[in-house]
Design a protein around this ligand. Structure first.
Ligand code: IPM
Ligand code: MG
Length: 354
């Protein structure tokens, strides 16, 4: 099977971690007999510098023609005052690809429990999935900026809520059968629609799923008090952005978390949840695991190659067990050192399988 994969390294640490992803994908492709065609495109700030816009027509066309898209990271202080910011390219890409569902799994490997800022006994066994709506809400509503005022419109249609809730209910069915819908229905009209739609779907089509609702503020608290209670969380674009950064501290570093953004059809978009980390960019310090986890999600969710995805996760887990970590987790590996150790793990699998 041949797959075309569009790589968008982007800015900051994006290029470093994208390099690691490419070698890791090449290694599992050898192992599993897949053939991968990579194309690489300027994106975000790098594209602004080269072409004056964060997402060019030709980059978008290449992404649309691919089987899957991997994105490193975008943004940085250099473009903070640019007329169009790098982030606008990311939002435009998500919208153009129609990837309305962003899946952000959070689990804690036993060796990581002590790396969490929370007590180990609170985070041990945590295994949750945050399903974030990605192409609607306040991120995409009309924005105005007349003189000394500003507004961002938050809008959702029934259909937008239904399709994201549907994905979340199905994920819950494949996991532990529990779904927590997070909103602010005591204040926001969009949240009242959200709650109404999710409740109705739960009663009519997913009565086997244990559904509960939580306000975003209470959910933010509960995530720290009792993170093990969550299985699948479904929430809107803004709340999901915030809650997933908070949840990344359960395993101890945002550098560990990957995400899959999917819609009705291929290609999906796969990106770590962390940003471009300009403070450590180019210093070979980045944790590549969030990017590799995103690559695993690309193989599994985007291409249906679960065995190859499992190889990547197996290799990362072996490294966790030996505490082979980058500095964000208190380890001594560089980004390229972590990549070399991962390749060693994968080659072990390769040798074993041969
Ligand atoms: C994320 C990021 C993006 C977002 C930024 C870079 C626009 O924070 O993927 O979580 O807010 O969606
Ligand atoms: Mg974010």
């Amino acid at each position: 099977m041949t797959y075309t994969i569009a790589l968008l390294p982007g800015d900051g640490i994006g290029p470093e971690i994208t390099r690691v992803v490419r070698s890791a994908l090449e290694a599992v492709a050898r192992l599993r007999g897949l053939s991968l065609d990579f194309t690489e495109h300027a994106f975000g700030g790098a594209s602004i510098d080269a072409y004056g816009e964060p997402l060019t027509g030709s980059t978008l066309a290449a992404c649309q023609a691919a089987d899957a898209v991997f994105l490193g990271a975008v943004g940085g202080p250099k473009w903070d005052h640019a007329p169009v910011r790098p982030e606008a390219g990311l939002l435009g890409l998500r919208k153009a690809l129609g990837v309305y569902a962003n899946l952000r799994p959070v689990s804690v490997h036993p060796a990581l429990a002590n790396r969490s800022p929370l007590r180990a006994e609170l985070v041990e066994g945590v295994d949750m999935l945050i399903v974030r709506e990605l192409t609607g809400g306040i991120y995409f509503g009309e924005k105005t900026r007349p003189d000394d005022a500003a507004s961002d419109l938050c809008a959702y249609s029934r259909e937008e809520v239904e399709r994201i809730a549907d994905i979340a209910f199905r994920q819950a069915r494949m996991r532990r059968g529990k779904l927590t819908s997070v909103d602010k229905a005591n204040v926001l009209e969009t949240s009242r629609l959200w709650r109404e739609v999710v409740t109705q779907m739960g009663a009519e089509r997913y009565s086997d799923i244990e559904l509960d609702h939580m306000y975003i503020d209470a959910a933010a608290m509960h995530l720290l008090r009792s993170p093990g209670d969550f299985d699948v969380i479904v929430t809107d674009n803004m709340f999901g952005d915030i809650l997933s950064d908070e949840a990344s501290m359960l395993p101890g570093s945002i550098g560990l978390l990957g995400s899959a953004s999917v819609g009705a059809a291929r290609p999906g978009l796969f990106e770590p949840i962390h940003g471009s980390a300009p403070d450590i960019a180019g210093q070979d310090k980045a944790n590549p695991f969030g990017a590799i986890e995103s690559a695993a999600q690309m193989l599994e969710t985007g291409l249906g190659e679960s065995a190859a995805a499992a190889d990547l996760r197996h290799a990362m887990n072996a490294m966790h067990a030996r505490r082979q970590w980058t500095a964000d987790l208190g380890g001594s590996l560089s980004c390229s050192g972590a990549a070399a150790a991962l390749m060693h793990e994968l080659e072990g699998v390769e040798a074993g399988a041969a």
